[in-house]
Write a protein that binds this ligand. Sequence first.
Ligand SMILES: C[S@@+](CC[C@H](N)C(=O)[O-])C[C@H]1O[C@@H](n2cnc3c(N)ncnc32)[C@H](O)[C@@H]1O
Ligand code: SF4
Length: 499
Amino acid sequence: MKSYSVSFNKRSRLNRIPAITDEPAAQLYPLEADGLTERLATSLMIQNDFFPCFDWTFPPPLLNKSEPPASVDELFMHPSVNPEAFSLYLHSPFCRSLCNFCYYTIIPGRGIEKAERYVDYLLREMEMYADIMREKKCESVYFGGGTPTFLDDHLLIRLFEGINKYFNLTDDAEISIESSPGTLPRKKIELLTSLGINRLSYGIQTLDEELLAGMNRHYSVDEAIRELDVALELVGNVNVDTMYGFENEPDNALLGTLQTFYDIGIPSLSIYSLDRQRDNRDKTSGLPPKDESYEDKIRIFAEADHFLFQKGYRQLLQNVYAIPGKASYRHQVRRWDNLTLVALGVAAQGYAPRTPYQNYPAIKSYYKAIDEGRLPIVTVDHLSAEMELIREVASQLRFTQIDLESIQRKYGVDLDVVFADLIHSLIELGYLKRELNTLRMTDKAAYYNNIIPMLFAPDAFSQQLLGLPEEYLETFPVPSVMVQVGCTQSAPIEVRLRE
Ligand SMILES: C[S@@+](CC[C@H](N)C(=O)[O-])C[C@H]1O[C@@H](n2cnc3c(N)ncnc32)[C@H](O)[C@@H]1O
Ligand code: SF4
């Protein structure tokens, strides 16, 4: 199999965007309710590229780069829409080997020798947040990577002592850890449960031996299944990551893999579409190419969705399915609820109230910032109250549906008034359907699941997108559709946060 990965920094496809100019030359097309349905129908004919993918969060990252905050107090200067609770993300970049498709920030193999020092810094970073977070309740911890279960036992123990010392975990906190085959003997799983870990996410990708052989992942399917059996016995709430869309992937490879995991009783399954954007940039423009296999991917995804539904799994998020009552994933579900997310470690992405942020992706810069007594944050966005509201609307819609009543309760905004014409047109075109107080993306909308949610952006923001260079707008489907469609707001947005 072809090797896709030469560099493995997890970067948004937007990382090379030039800044938006303050005064865009063009004006956004004004809202005319009569022509909106037709304009939407035309603009949505453009080809989407990756499906489903996580890159397009709202607002698109890095468009409003601001100076990193000088202190934790400055990072937390806005009121929170979820004032009592927060969650925690920790990143461990170490893995046994670098899988040739992986787009995360990882340090493979012998790099694990640096882990002792890395854990020292993680603990120092935790301490920086402790004062401001102590009064609040941490409702979930997600320890991701990389492969955190590749860390030695004594390092995992030190980290969990730190978490319990600096943060106030609720009694029923969900505590997840990521893992991969070959790092999970029974003794390790026993240690994890003794540390309070109650959810395990295990990356296998495929059970097709031939596909697996070309991935630079070194284990046998039998070994992985044995580890999973013990994880099911001791942890129960187990998720397995699978992937599809590889070159030369046999027909039904994903369905066969899912069938086996269903048979052995895995209660939660994630299905990732292979994303090759980071390795296939067009060298002249620096932009990623279109994904020519996107139609195949949509077909494979639709078959998997159907299969999982038949077997009793329900969609928790766009690509995560679970059997109700047997598995949960509170951390990710709440993340899109604008819950504060304290991010620790290299490349970790967090969310302080109205402030998405990201830590340095390079370990040296990460260490340097902490040595200088600074938060190791490299980029932050400052969102207005309207933009925060739309962040929640767009994210929840992308991950299947939006509850109009809860938005009204939380932000005092009636989306049926603010986006009356847009909602009407999208329902008329069959992309949205209304179920009581819920707006849901239809199967037909699957092709545009990155775009339709973004159409709910405030008009002022879409207008700003016109300040991006023309070649950028031509290449990226989301902003280009947003500006082609023009204004979508039927009334002003006036956010009133609940008491
Ligand atoms: C952060 S990784 C951690 C899981 C674990 N280390 C493992 O791979 O076994 C989470 C998941 O991201 C997915 N992933 C990694 N690279 C990807 C890519 N290029 N395209 C799509 N999904 C990818 C894989 O399914 C992987 O299990
Ligand atoms: S084990 Fe997981 S995180 Fe590590 S390189 Fe492979 S896919 Fe990426």
